[in-house]
Design a protein around this ligand. Structure first.
Ligand SMILES: *[C@@H]1O[C@H](CO)[C@@H](O)[C@H](O)[C@H]1NC(C)=O
Ligand SMILES: *[C@@H]1O[C@H](CO)[C@@H](O)[C@H](O)[C@H]1NC(C)=O
Ligand SMILES: *[C@@H]1O[C@H](CO)[C@@H](O)[C@H](O)[C@H]1NC(C)=O
Length: 184
């Protein structure tokens, strides 16, 4: 897999836009349909669990447990949003983020907002390095209702994690989005 690393800090505007789209607008009308985790290098990262569970008709939770066997000091995250149309096609956004720099800027308002979404669910809450058991537990998209410009359809969020500039594992989540007809 060829990945180019964008070492520049991405502009706050696009970060804000990304996370608004990824998180705020993933309201109650968003349903996760599948989760796929895969390690490319099992001597560094292994998955113990990667599972979606439907709690009720409106709520699907995700649980991921992974072990990082050696300290990861340099971590990049490639985020891609894809939309299904004859297969999943890149849509809206593809960006590589320096995750360690991101975790350091704790007074960044965007990071604070993002942190707010998952801090109660995950061990990903400190600066680098990362080693040992990592967990995302019972994460679900909270039903913040927002006016939504996303078209109804099937989407995927592909997260490819790079340690020392090399892809080590991916965590991909598939979801459907339905426009809120009652609000129109
Ligand atoms: C795979 O992981 C080992 C550490 O267990 C590391 O030394 C090696 O560079 C990794 N390989 C790749 C291609 O990243
Ligand atoms: C699911 O959502 C619908 C519509 O918003 C609501 O009427 C229903 O009570 C919800 N069901 C559960 C189990 O939360
Ligand atoms: C990070 O999360 C772990 C597990 O939930 C918790 O024990 C720890 O106190 C948290 N650390 C910070 C800095 O929030």
């Amino acid at each position: 897999m060829a990945l180019s690393i964008n070492k520049n800090v991405i502009p706050e505007f696009s970060l804000k836009r990304l996370f608004l789209l990824l998180f705020l607008q993933f309201s109650a009308k968003v349903r996760m349909t599948n989760a796929v985790c895969e390690s490319y290098n099992k001597s560094w990262v292994t998955f113990e669990q990667c599972r979606l569970k439907a709690v009720n008709r409106n709520k699907t939770i995700i649980n991921i447990i992974a072990t990082i066997h050696h300290p990861a000091k340099k971590i990049h995250l490639k985020l891609e949003v894809l939309k299904k149309a004859n297969g999943y096609k890149p849509w809206l956004f593809s960006q590589v983020i320096d995750a360690c720099a991101f975790m350091k800027r704790s007074n960044n308002p965007v990071m604070k907002m993002v942190h707010g979404f998952y801090k109660d669910f995950s061990t990903i809450n400190h600066t680098c390095p990362y080693v040992g058991l990592q967990e995302v537990k019972d994460f679900y998209v909270r039903p913040e209702q927002m006016p939504v410009p996303l078209p109804t359809g099937d989407y995927a969020l592909f997260l490819t994690w790079l340690f020392s500039d090399k892809p080590q594992f991916m965590t991909n989540v598939y979801f459907t989005f339905e426009e809120d007809l009652l609000k129109q």
